[in-house]
Design a protein around this ligand. Structure first.
Ligand SMILES: Cc1cc2nc3c(=O)[nH]c(=O)nc-3n(C[C@H](O)[C@H](O)[C@H](O)COP(=O)(O)OP(=O)(O)OC[C@H]3O[C@@H](n4cnc5c(N)ncnc54)[C@H](O)[C@@H]3O)c2cc1C
Ligand code: FES
Length: 293
């Protein structure tokens, strides 16, 4: 339960209310275990409290450098991307370089992308709403980093569909452009068009049918507000995708992160242990309609 001490190496402002903190362990022996894609840590803002925050990039994802040297700061460094919604997330978003943050983790089940060559099996479809792109960034980096041919282009089809309220709220614009340059099929859509926006306007679900996804062998990773994940999963199922190959990230109030306190229970699932990433379909389809306790 004791947090490891990490120093803020950089605080990068992504949008008006979202910041990415690059954290490095104060001492190498203090570092938490390498996270898997989609896992989360409990971050402590000292004197304020603790919050569950996904890993958005790491120098050491399960022993492999999938951070590709991007915005990380040496061995053991981790990036978390945080939306300022309350006391803890505010304190983290304004943490300046040099300040200390506590880290416990990594917790939960990830997307599972470390196992196997996903792009060789079929289309991979990543759908994110707002800050939901954070726990998906490292998985896209990893797939893009591992699945390129001799000319540096992707072997296989990787769809990235990202939605935001408006252009100014789009996070990781440079990553989205980089993935597109590698050959990923990237589609960004906003709820509200602002002057200068030339991309799509509307919900992410409207981008699914026209994308040209081949549902046979496809796998989908979805993260965003729960209502968005429900409609996205339903749209992917309607295309013919197997629901057990559609993965969603379920967020509930996390306290211990260790399966002890029961705060994160959703039906039979203890989400800090069995989630946050779960396969859609069956009981999960029903549980996603349950209100958070
Ligand atoms: C597994 C997991 C991964 C997460 N990853 C990230 C991440 O990468 N980046 C990020 O910014 N946030 C993430 N969150 C959400 C984050 O934990 C909450 O926003 C944070 O706990 C809010 O704490 P606070 O003290 O700042 O605000 P509070 O005062 O506790 O809450 C402020 C507002 O946010 C709402 N809220 C609180 N917790 C959640 C939650 N879990 N989901 C949705 N709304 C919530 C409250 O209802 C309230 O309206 C994640 C949550 C979970 C469970
Ligand atoms: S957060 Fe305590 S059991 Fe999941």
């Amino acid at each position: 339960m004791d947090p490891a001490l990490y120093r803020v190496v950089a605080n990068r402002r992504e949008t008006s209310d979202v910041s990415s903190l690059t954290l490095a362990p104060l001492k190498a022996e203090m570092a938490v275990a390498p996270p898997r894609h989609g896992q989360f840590n409990m971050l402590t803002a000292f004197g304020v409290g603790e919050a569950a925050i996904s890993v958005s990039r790491s120098s050491r994802l399960s022993g492999r450098d999938s951070g590709q040297g991007l915005h990380t700061a040496g061995a053991g460094s981790i990036v978390h991307t945080i939306r300022d919604v309350g006391a803890v997330t505010h304190a983290l978003c304004v943490a300046s370089a040099g300040s200390l943050v506590g880290v416990r983790g990594p917790f939960g089940q990830g997307w599972g992308a470390e196992d196997g060559d996903w792009l060789a099996e079929g289309d991979v479809v990543v759908v994110a709403g707002g800050i939901g792109l954070a726990p998906l960034r490292s998985v896209v980096d990893d797939l893009a980093g591992r699945s390129t041919d001799a000319s540096g282009r992707l072997r296989g089809r990787l769809f990235v569909i990202a939605g935001a309220r408006e252009q100014a709220q789009v996070i990781f614009a440079d990553d989205l452009a980089r993935w597109a340059a590698l050959g990923a099929i990237v589609s960004v859509t906003v709820d509200v068009s602002t002057p200068g926006w030339t991309g799509h306007v509307g919900l992410v679900t409207a981008q699914i049918a026209p994308a040209g996804i081949d549902p046979g062998g496809a796998r989908a990773l979805v993260c965003g507000p729960e209502i968005m994940m429900r409609f996205t999963a339903a749209a992917l199922e309607k295309l013919g995708m197997d629901p057990s190959r559609i993965f969603v990230s379920l967020e509930r109030n996390m306290q211990c992160g260790l399966g002890w306190c029961g705060h994160c229970q959703l039906g039979p699932l203890i989400l800090c242990r069995d989630g946050p990433i779960v396969a859609y379909g069956g009981a999960v389809t029903h549980l996603m309609r349950e209100r958070e306790r």
